[in-house]
Each structure stands twice: as structure tokens, then as C-alpha cells.
Design a protein around this ligand. Structure first.
Ligand code: ATP
Length: 270
């Protein structure tokens, strides 16, 4: 059964086409990865699913609900990991988790969740006194405290140390084992490979490939290829030359000066 249905959505911001005919289903209980280069349309798509933006055309359903029209109902089934800077500084971690818990009839135990995320000792610490990694864990706690049926996790492990990343992956697998469907936006290939059942690779507002991690790798037809290489193979490469030396049509050598040609050894001088 499809938990999230995205049908041919389009979204422009003025002249910029952010999403250009995106279509996919996320099935019950899967971890569905959303990958893509910067500006590929991932956040816009996810915000349309969350009901934070309306598509110009196309439809989205989350458990059969329209995220805009049925906003209240969607809020009770969809847990969203908020981005940095969106939490009030002068609330403590414990206060926030308890507050979010109060929005739901059947949420998780705040103290237990803080413990599972390794920040129970930070329950009385203000948001602006948490480290980046602790804030990240708090944002995951807030996404999960309502025991959502669908969780949208954006940059799940950004800023976490290697141990914490692995602990977070274990936690997400437990969350999935409990029946939660997860939409995971990530730039980390190791994370996508480890967690995702299927991955949609976004490129210029479209889905360039949708497959399992192994299926994406198999598309490269190269022995020993990695998901990283598969990602590069399916995303458009015309803004980056083979040496990675040209972005947006500007040769970096022109900006920085190339080694040997001007006697500066290519170093940038202030
Ligand atoms: N509010 C906005 N107003 C104008 N243009 C926007 C707005 N939000 C996004 N865009 C543009 O839409 C395109 C898609 O942006 P989006 O944030 O969806 O990409 P993304 O794949 O999430 O990128 P990133 O990986 O950098 O977060 C980009 O060209 C971006 O500049």
C-alpha cells in the first residue's frame, strides 16, 4: 500500500523551475531515500508533501489525505524533522519534547526517547546551549515523539560524530521495524546505502533514477562501482567538468589564477 503518493507535481518560483513533473509512491514500511545535487528540487518536493508549499499542478496524498486541505489530520500522522534555527532558544530540550508530545493522543514517552537518543542528561539544557549534534538529536526526538506513521527526516545525521551517526541509523531501523514509513533526504551515500530500500535521485527538478541502492549501482555497468559513482552517473554533469574545475560556466582557474601561469603557484592572495 502506498503511504505517500506524489503525482506529477510541478513548482516554479518566478523564472526558476524547482520541480518539473515529479511522480513517485512510498510504500508502507519502507525507507525511501531522496538524493540529489544542491538545487535539484528535493526540499521543495518534501515541503509539498509536508503541506508547507502547494504545487502549481499535480497532487500529493499522505495516507489518502491532502497535506494542505487536510493539514490538521496530516499533522497527526506525519512527523517532521525541523531544520536548524527553527527551535526557540529559551526552551529546554525536555520542555520541547514534552510540548510536542502533548500535541498527540498517543505519543512516545519523552524521557525514554531522550534516553534512546543519548540526550537525557540534556533535558534541562536550553536549546541555545546544546551542541550541533545534540540539537540534531533533539530534532529527531521531536519528529518521532508523536509516534508518527510517516516520518520525514531531512539531513538526519548532519553534524553528528561517527559513533552518533551509527547509533542514529540503528534507531531509525528500530523506528522502521515498528512500522513507521520513512522519507529520508540525505547527501550521504553511506547512509542511503545502509538505510534505504529505494532511492529517488533528483536532478533539475525531475527524478533521474528511482531504484534500490544495488539497482542504482548495477546501472553503472562497472564492476565494483559504488553508490557514489552511480549517483554521479545518473545526475547531470554538464556544470562540472571531468576535473571538477568548472561550476556554473566559470572556470575556477580564471577566478583563482592557475599554478605557474602568473607566478603565484595558484595561491589566492588577500
Ligand atoms: N523560496 C524560494 N524562492 C525562489 N527560489 C527558490 C525557493 N526555494 C527554492 N528555490 C529554488 O528552487 C530550486 C530547487 O530548490 P530546492 O531547495 O528544492 O533544492 P534542493 O534539492 O533541496 O537543494 P539543496 O540540496 O541545496 O538543499 C533551486 O534552484 C532554488 O534556488
Amino acid at each position: 500500500m502506498a503511504v505517500i503518493e506524489v503525482r506529477d507535481i510541478h513548482k516554479r518560483y518566478g523564472e526558476t523551475i524547482a520541480v518539473d513533473g515529479v511522480d513517485f509512491d512510498v510504500e508502507q514500511g519502507e525507507i525511501f531515500g531522496v538524493l540529489g545535487r544542491n538545487g535539484a528540487g528535493k526540499t521543495t518536493t518534501v515541503e509539498i508533501i509536508e503541506g508547507l508549499r502547494t504545487p502549481d499542478t499535480g497532487t500529493v496524498r499522505v495516507l489518502g489525505l491532502d497535506p494542505v486541505r487536510d493539514r490538521r489530520a496530516v499533522r497527526t500522522v506525519l512527523g517532521v524533522q525541523l531544520q536548524e534555527g527553527t527551535l526557540p532558544d529559551k526552551a529546554t530540550a525536555g520542555e520541547l519534547v514534552r510540548l510536542y508530545r502533548s500535541f498527540y493522543a498517543d505519543g512516545a514517552d519523552p524521557e525514554r526517547l531522550l534516553g534512546e537518543l543519548g540526550i537525557d542528561d540534556k533535558r534541562d539544557t536550553f536549546v541555545d546551549e546544546l551542541s550541533g549534534g545534540q540539537l540534531q538529536r533533539l530534532s529527531i526526538a521531536l519528529a518521532l515523539v508523536g509516534r508518527p506513521r510517516v516520518a520525514v527526516l531531512d539531513e538526519l545525521t548532519s553534524g553528528l560524530d561517527p559513533r552518533a551517526r551509527r547509533d542514529t541509523w540503528d534507531l531509525i531501523e528500530q523506528v522502521r521495524a515498528a512500522g513507521v514509513t520513512i522519507l529520508l533526504v540525505t547527501h550521504f551515500m553511506d547512509e542511503a546505502q545502509r538505510l534505504c530500500d529505494r532511492i529517488a535521485v533528483f536532478d533539475r527538478g525531475r527524478i533521474a533514477a528511482l531504484d534500490t541502492p544495488d539497482g542504482l549501482v548495477a546501472r553503472t555497468h562497472a564492476t565494483g562501482a559504488t553508490l557514489d559513482e552511480a549517483f554521479l552517473a545518473v545526475t547531470d554533469s554538464d556544470s562540472l567538468d571531468d576535473d571538477g574545475a568548472e561550476i556554473g560556466g566559470i572556470a575556477l582557474d580564471d577566478v583563482l589564477g592557475s599554478a605557474g601561469t602568473d607566478g603565484t603557484d595558484g595561491q589566492v592572495r588577500s
